[in-house]
Design a binder for this molecule. Structure first.
Ligand SMILES: Cc1cc2nc3c(=O)[nH]c(=O)nc-3n(C[C@H](O)[C@H](O)[C@H](O)COP(=O)(O)OP(=O)(O)OC[C@H]3O[C@@H](n4cnc5c(N)ncnc54)[C@H](O)[C@@H]3O)c2cc1C
Length: 408
C-alpha cells in the first residue's frame, strides 16, 4: 500500500457541492485530494445528469467570485419572472426581477453542463489530485489527521488529511462509517424530470403549479425548451413513467393547463424518490459534512444546491482565514465557526421546503384555504413579497463574502 499521500483538504464526493468546494480552495496554498466514485463525464454520473437546475442569485455570485460565471453564463438562461399558482383554486403569486431591482432572479443551467465546467477547472491544477473512479472504504480519525482508505482500480490506497469533507450525497458513506446519525423523512413522493418544448415562448418565466397530484415546475432552459420537474405520489410514478410520449404530454397539459399552449418533444424521463435528511452532527474534529450529505431537502423550491453552494462559500472562507492566520483548518473551533455561521440559513431552507411539501401536498380544505390566502397575501403586500424574494434568492441574513461579491 506504500506511504499514505497527505492533503490539507480531502473531499469525498465530486458532485456539484464537492466540486465547487475544490474549485473554491484550488487557488489557495493547499494540497487538495478529491475522491469520486463515478467518472465525471459518465452518462450515469448521479450529480451531473440532464436536470435543469435553478441557480439563485446568491449562487451566481458564488460562481462569479470563483471566476466560473463567465463560462456558466454562456450556457445559462435567466429567470426574470416566477409564476406560482394553485390549480383549481384562487391563490397565486407573481414575482419579477424588477421588484427587487435585479436583472434576473436566478438562472437555469443543466447539471451536466455545470459539472463539466467545475470538473474541467480542477482537473487541470497541480495542487489538486483526483481519484476517480474511486470508492471510499474506511476512515480513522486521529488528533492531527484523518486517515482514509480508498479503492482505486483493484488497489487500496491510503490517504491522510488535515480536513476530511464528506460531500458524498444523501446516502453518504462518510456519515455511515463515522456513525453520524441523521433525521430522515421519506416524503413518499417521486419527482419525474424531463425536458419539454411548449408551443409558446417562455419569456424567461419559471412556473410552479400546485396540483391535486403534486407540484409541477417548468424552468426556462431557453425560449423554446423547458425543464419539467413533476412530483407525484410514489404509487402513481410507474404508470406515468411507462406512458407513451403523447399520453405523458397530454397528462402534463391536463395538470399545467394551456398557459404555454401545447407541449411537444419529450426528452428522456428520469425519476428521483424524495426524502428530507438532516445530519444531527455536521462537524467533528477533522471532519465536516457538506451538501446533500449534511442536509437533503425537497426540490419543491429549488433550494438544495443553492443552500449547498452558500455552505461551500462559508466553509471556504473559514478555511482561507485559518490558513492566513496560521491556524489548523481541520481543528474543531474552526469548523464550529463555520457551522455557527450557517445554522440560520440551513434551518430556514429545511423548514420552508418541508412546510411547502406538507401544505401543498394536501387536499384538506382548511390547509387549502390557508395556503391560498397566504399566496394572495404574499402577492399583494409588497414588503412581504420583497423580503420573501430576497430570502429565496439566498440574500437574507449573514452572508458569506463570496455572496456579498467580495473575494475569499
Ligand atoms: C429532481 C431534483 C431537482 C432539483 N433541482 C434543483 C434546483 O433546481 N436547484 C437547486 O438548488 N437544487 C436542486 N436540487 C437539489 C440538488 O440536486 C442537490 O442539492 C445537489 O445535487 C447536492 O449536491 P451534492 O454534491 O451534495 O450531492 P450529489 O449531487 O448527490 O453528489 C454526490 C457525489 O458523491 C459521489 N459519491 C457517493 N458515494 C461515494 C463514495 N462512497 N465514494 C466516492 N464518491 C461517492 C457520487 O457519485 C456523486 O457524484 C434538485 C434535486 C432533485 C432530486
Amino acid at each position: 500500500m506504500g506511504m499514505p499521500r497527505d492533503y490539507d483538504v480531502l473531499v469525498i464526493g465530486g458532485g456539484m457541492v464537492g466540486a465547487t468546494l475544490t474549485c473554491a480552495l484550488a487557488d489557495q496554498p493547499l494540497r487538495i485530494g478529491i475522491v469520486e466514485a463515478v467518472p465525471f463525464q459518465d452518462k450515469d454520473q448521479p450529480s451531473y445528469d440532464d436536470r435543469g437546475l435553478a441557480l439563485a442569485l446568491a449562487s451566481q455570485r458564488v460562481l462569479a467570485g470563483l471566476g466560473l460565471w463567465d463560462r456558466v453564463s454562456q450556457e445559462a438562461n435567466p429567470i426574470r419572472h416566477v409564476h406560482v399558482s394553485d390549480r383549481g383554486q384562487f391563490g397565486f403569486v407573481r414575482m419579477d426581477a424588477a421588484t427587487v431591482g435585479v436583472d434576473a432572479l436566478g438562472y437555469v443551467v443543466l447539471a451536466r453542463t455545470l459539472g463539466k465546467i467545475l470538473t474541467e477547472r480542477f482537473t487541470a491544477l497541480d495542487n489538486v489530485e483526483v481519484f476517480c473512479p474511486a470508492r471510499l472504504q474506511g476512515i480513522r480519525v486521529y488528533e492531527s489527521r484523518a486517515e482514509v482508505s480508498v479503492r482505486l482500480d483493484r488497489e487500496s490506497v491510503k490517504l491522510t488529511t488535515r480536513l476530511l469533507v464528506g460531500a458524498d450525497g444523501t446516502a453518504s458513506e462518510v456519515r455511515r462509517l463515522l456513525r453520524l446519525t441523521a433525521r430522515k423523512r421519506d416524503y413518499g413522493q417521486t419527482a419525474i424530470v424531463a425536458n419539454v418544448t411548449p408551443q409558446r415562448p417562455r419569456h424567461n418565466t419559471a412556473f410552479e403549479r400546485f396540483t391535486d397530484t403534486g407540484p409541477l415546475a417548468l424552468l426556462p432552459l431557453s425560449e423554446t425548451r423547458a425543464a419539467l420537474v413533476w412530483t407525484l405520489q410514489r404509487g402513481a410514478v410507474d404508470g406515468v413513467m411507462a406512458m407513451d410520449e403523447q399520453s405523458f404530454l397530454g397528462g402534463l397539459e391536463g395538470q399545467f393547463g394551456r398557459r404555454l399552449g401545447r407541449f411537444y418533444r419529450l426528452g428522456q424521463r428520469k425519476s428521483y424518490p424524495l426524502c428530507r435528511l438532516e445530519a444531527k452532527q455536521q462537524v467533528l474534529p477533522r471532519v465536516v459534512m457538506l451538501g446533500n450529505a449534511a442536509h437533503t431537502v425537497h426540490p419543491n423550491a429549488a433550494q438544495g444546491l443553492n443552500l449547498g453552494l452558500r455552505d461551500v462559500a462559508a466553509l471556504a472562507e473559514v478555511i482561507c482565514d485559518a490558513i492566513r492566520d496560521g491556524q489548523d483548518p481541520g481543528a474543531e473551533p474552526c469548523l464550529k465557526r463555520y457551522l455557527a455561521s450557517r445554522r440560520t440559513d440551513q434551518q430556514w431552507v429545511i423548514s420552508f421546503t418541508d412546510g411547502l411539501a406538507g401544505l401543498f401536498y394536501n387536499d384538506d380544505l382548511f390547509r387549502m384555504l390557508v395556503r391560498d390566502i397566504g399566496m394572495l397575501g404574499l402577492d399583494l403586500i409588497p414588503p412581504f413579497k420583497r423580503r420573501f424574494m430576497r430570502q429565496v434568492m439566498g440574500l437574507v441574513g449573514r452572508q458569506p463574502r463570496l455572496v456579498r461579491g467580495l473575494a475569499l
